[in-house]
Design a protein around this ligand. Structure first.
Ligand SMILES: O=C(O)c1ccccc1N[C@@H]1O[C@H](COP(=O)(O)O)[C@@H](O)[C@H]1O
Length: 220
């Protein structure tokens, strides 16, 4: 399972999190976020990481030019679009950034958002489902209704996000089966300052969940 830890602002924390087993680190490129990091800051971290890991830049409602500029100034391997980007925008971005993974985040307000996710089938590589908040774009700590997500038939691989923590991850993964998970505020002391003890707890819980699933399937 892919595990993305988002909102990295410090090299030593990113490095430690990659060493613990995260498959991706997320960097917030949205200036209004308390987790915002400039392209120079992101580049300084990525260049010094001692572990191979996907590095995803999170953008919202900005231009293709701005995203391409940030990607070329850093060594980002992927781009997460967390605003109201259309499939046409994603398609244009994809053409400008060959080889870069494009993730479309959907802030789920209604069931319609889930059925509408099909419109991105040909324009992105991965979907990410986050909880909707009327005032904040992301990093809200709000959870989705996981029971409602059991009905979700995705057109692409997808990541579950929104308020995940070491305490609720087992419950979430017992109800839904995403291709990966994405956590930010649930593993931090304050915005942008990751709590390595909480990240370690998360990986322990993920191992327990995997073991539980193996035991359940072998007893069937
Ligand atoms: O984290 C932010 O500050 C942020 C700002 C703007 C867009 C997205 C942002 N974060 C994304 O929010 C989700 C869920 O976060 P949480 O676990 O509920 O705190 C995650 O995908 C982040 O990439």
């Amino acid at each position: 399972m892919r595990v993305k830890i988002c909102g990295i602002t410090k090299l030593e924390q990113g490095d430690a999190i990659a060493q613990m087993g995260a498959t991706a680190l997320g960097f917030i490129c949205v200036p209004s976020s308390p987790r915002y990091l400039s392209a120079a800051g992101i580049s300084a971290i990525i260049q010094r990481l001692s572990h191979q890991v996907d590095c995803i830049g999170v953008f919202a409602n900005t231009t293709v030019a701005e995203i391409c500029q940030t990607v070329s100034a850093t060594k980002l391997t992927g781009v997460q679009l967390h605003g109201n980007e259309s499939p046409e925008f994603c398609q244009e971005l994809r053409q400008c950034l060959p080889g870069i993974e494009i993730i479309k985040a959907l802030r789920v307000k209604t069931n319609e958002c889930l059925t509408n996710s099909e419109i991105y089938a040909d324009s992105v590589d991965l979907l990410l489902l986050d909880a909707y908040d009327p005032t904040q774009l992301g990093g809200t700590g709000k959870t989705l209704d996981w029971l409602r997500l059991q009905e979700y038939k995705p057109c692409l691989p997808w990541l579950l996000a929104g308020g995940l923590t070491p305490d609720n991850i087992m419950n979430a993964l017992s109800l839904v089966k995403p291709n990966g998970i994405d956590l930010s505020s649930g593993v931090e002391r304050s915005p942008g300052d990751k709590d390595l003890d909480k990240v370690a707890q998360l990986f322990t819980k993920l191992q327990q969940t995997e073991q539980l699933l193996l035991n359940t399937s072998s007893s069937l």
